[in-house]
Write a protein that binds this ligand. Structure first.
Ligand code: BV8
Ligand code: ZN
Length: 243
């Protein structure tokens, strides 16, 4: 299943970067964005995951995030997340660069995780930026208000918003340094995150895609592993590290 080239590279690589999207959390029960039962199917990103939509209809946008917060509160990491957390111990530099906002990589034990699109467990006031962790806000279906009167929003990056500079810079540096760069469970359509595989490739990385189907990225990847990340990543761990 894995090429000799990949196995030998992993055995001696110092720096690895793993770029993940909603697909790595699919087997944990988190709906993806663009799959059959994808979140965006019912809603389009323009409708909900942007600041104007929030200002126009804060209760609707909050309702959608409350629904997702509840899903995420009940789920747990899957074997794919755990395999990555274990792989980290075998390399001097190992970074997860995720587009996901579900915090599952950290919950699986990954230590170096860059969250490009924020974290749905965090919220802040749009006026005074006071932080409100989920348990702090009664998850009422109406949008919560800060003590200063401002609306409270989820700490995720909406369309048209800048990515957190420190996370993007660290993620980009990890992609440039990687000898092997994995892209796992992403449709690679959202920018600037989707430019990371190109950045890694240009800097000389061996690019490996793990997905249940081919994507925009497959053409440029050095190796495409078709299958579920929850099955492929534990196999990769056994084949490359345990033998
Ligand atoms: C920016 C957080 C500008 C919120 C998200 C036109 C109008 C407006 C904007 C744009 C435009 N054209 C381009 C843009 C830029 C825009 C963009 O890229 N749009 C795309 C859609 C064309 N980008 C932005 O707006 C970004 N900001 O550009 O700022 C700027 C510049 C300068 C100064 C000021 C501003 C911000 C983008 C961040 C948006 N936020 N999420 C939330 O979560 O609610 S994006 C959202 O999509 C999620 O973060 C998600 O992670 C991300 C990408 O989706 P994927 O993770 O790839 O998930 P998807 O469902 O698509 O795919 C899942 C994959 O998994 C599939 O391939 C499937 O086959 C696979 N899979 C399924 N099961 C498995 C599996 N694989 C393995 N195993 C399995 N079991
Ligand atoms: Zn406030």
């Amino acid at each position: 299943m894995f090429s000799e080239q990949l196995i030998s590279k992993l055995k001696k690589a110092e720096s690895i970067a793993v770029f993940t999207g909603a697909g790595i959390s699919a087997e944990s029960g988190v709906p993806t964005f663009r799959g059959e039962n994808g979140l965006w199917k019912k809603f389009r990103p323009e409708e909900l995951a942007n600041f104007d939509a929030f200002m126009r209809n804060p209760d609707l946008v909050w309702e959608w995030y409350r629904y997702r917060k509840k899903i995420i509160a009940d789920i747990k990491p899957n074997p794919g997340h755990y395999a990555l957390a274990e792989m980290e111990n075998y390399h001097k530099n190992f970074a997860i660069i995720t587009q996901n906002v579900d915090n599952l990589h950290r919950r699986a034990g990954s230590k170096t995780v860059y969250e490009l699109h924020g974290n749905i467990e965090r919220n802040y006031c749009i006026d005074c930026r006071k932080n409100f962790p989920n348990e702090k806000i009664l998850l009422s279906d109406k949008v919560p208000h800060c003590i200063c009167g401002g609306l409270v929003r989820p700490d995720v990056v909406w369309f048209g918003e800048m990515l957190p500079e420190d996370q993007w810079n660290a993620g980009e540096a990890a992609a440039e340094r990687a000898e092997v760069f994995f892209a796992v469970g992403t449709s690679a359509v959202v920018y600037p995150a989707a430019s990371l595989p190109q950045i890694a490739k240009r800097a000389g990385a061996y690019v490996v895609e793990v997905n249940i189907e081919r994507t925009e990225l497959s053409y440029d990847a050095d190796e495409v592993l078709i299958g579920k990340s929850g099955e492929i990543l534990p196999k990769l761990l056994d084949t490359c590290y345990k033998k």
